[in-house]
Ligand binder design. Structure first.
Ligand SMILES: Nc1ncnc2c1ncn2[C@@H]1O[C@H](COP(=O)(O)OP(=O)(O)O)[C@@H](O)[C@H]1O
Ligand SMILES: CCCC(=O)OP(=O)(O)O
Length: 355
């Protein structure tokens, strides 16, 4: 009989769940959370019961029988650097995400909720390809300021899954190829994969702006804003992540809304739309130097559904690499297929040890 796997993916504005029987998705639901609902909580950790109860309610309404589950899996929260692949959710991981998270992030709740459900059913809980997968080479860790080291936080789950898929399509192994993957979602990350390892990344505060994130902004001007007296630390973080990027210019993080403005001839919208594609192409250029030019490029994430936007990037990078477009964030498949590999003994789940 096929293994039944529950995949859970809490994001900043929604919680996605999916039930798999073997490799097939048999139930899925995206539960949207309005800002009014979420603003009732002081912090993300306080949303634990609210999100868990909704998940259980939705599964019940969908007729999903929890006692048939073999495992629960979720994208890892923001942990200290970890390796790629599966980790068993254990006490160290729960303690870290609950009491001492590296960054407050909705994804931290995923492992906690997965753990609560798995413990009650006495089945294993896993995280898979955490956002903290860190395979940077020593040279990539140097920032240029003593005391600040670069580390890796990126959309590892979708980026690695798409690179593995494209490698298969090319009739080769991921471990034998070089890729640059651009994950274009609410947040954007670019990653350089050399023979199966993400040896450098450009994400969030170091790269292109995104629908809701500011990306790399001029440091000296940013320091002035920090000391202007207009913002506290939390608000400055919100300015970079959440209220940054397209949202800061037009009050929306929906690229489809921006595209409509572009089509309606709004010239400021045209400029910002083109600038975002320009910055993404520039980042891909940077990472092509990391890989000495020998690459395939993959464009993925929700925004990859837009042919117009992808074309703007492609025209700047086609001299670097052939481009594969893999729309969507594909995270539920990545999670469930990862857990399935563990249950079928094709992959060993690692033990998380907090350092
Ligand atoms: N058909 C489309 N055309 C352009 N943008 C799209 C399309 N579908 C989704 N998007 C945009 O993709 C972004 C969300 O990407 P996704 O990878 O699903 O999200 P997240 O990273 O937030 O999980 C949003 O800005 C959304 O407007
Ligand atoms: C860039 C790190 C991963 C991340 O921020 O994930 P979300 O875009 O899903 O918040």
């Amino acid at each position: 009989m096929s293994h039944k796997i529950l995949a859970i993916n809490p994001g900043s504005t929604s919680t996605k769940i999916a039930l798999y029987s073997g490799e097939s998705m048999v139930f899925t639901k995206t539960i949207d959370h309005s800002p009014e609902e979420l603003n009732k909580f002081n912090n993300i950790a306080d949303q634990f019961d609210y999100r868990k109860d909704i998940i259980l309610e939705v599964l019940k309404k969908g007729g999903c029988e929890l006692t048939e589950l073999s495992a629960v899996v979720r994208r890892g929260g923001i942990l200290p650097p970890v390796e790629s692949g599966a980790y068993r959710i254990n006490k160290d991981m729960v303690d870290r995400l609950k009491n001492n998270p590296v960054v407050e992030h909705a994804s931290n709740l995923g492992a906690l909720i997965a753990n609560a459900i798995a413990e009650a059913l006495e089945i294993p809980g896993f995280i898979y390809d955490s956002v903290s997968v860190d395979q940077l080479e020593p040279v990539a860790r140097v920032s240029g300021m003593a005391g600040i080291e670069r580390s890796s936080t990126f959309h590892a789950l979708n980026s690695r899954a798409m690179a593995i898929k494209v490698a298969e399509k090319l009739g080769k192994k991921y471990e034998d190829l070089n890729f640059i993957v651009a994950h274009l979602g609410g947040g954007i990350s670019l990653s350089a994969h050399r023979k199966g390892k993400a040896v450098d990344i450009i994400a969030d505060d170091e790269g292109p702006f995104s629908p809701e994130r500011a990306g790399r902004v001029p440091c000296k001007k940013l320091i002035d804003v920090c000391y202007s007296g207009d913002y506290d630390k939390r608000n400055m973080h919100r300015k970079l992540r959440g209220n940054g990027g397209v949202n800061s210019y037009f009050g929306t993080n929906d690229m489809r809304v921006l595209e409509r403005m572009v089509k309606d001839g709004n010239q400021e919208a045209v400029l910002i739309y083109e600038a975002m594609a320009y910055q993404i192409a520039k980042g891909i250029g940077e990472l092509s130097a990391v890989l000495c030019g020998a690459v395939d490029a993959i464009i993925t994430g929700g925004i990859a559904h837009s042919n117009d936007f992808v074309s703007l990037i492609e025209k700047r990078i086609s001299f670097i690499a052939p481009v594969e477009v893999m729309p969507g964030e594909n995270e539920m498949d990545g999670l469930a297929l990862g857990a399935l590999r563990v249950l079928e003994n094709k992959e060993i789940a690692k033990e998380y040890i907090d350092r």
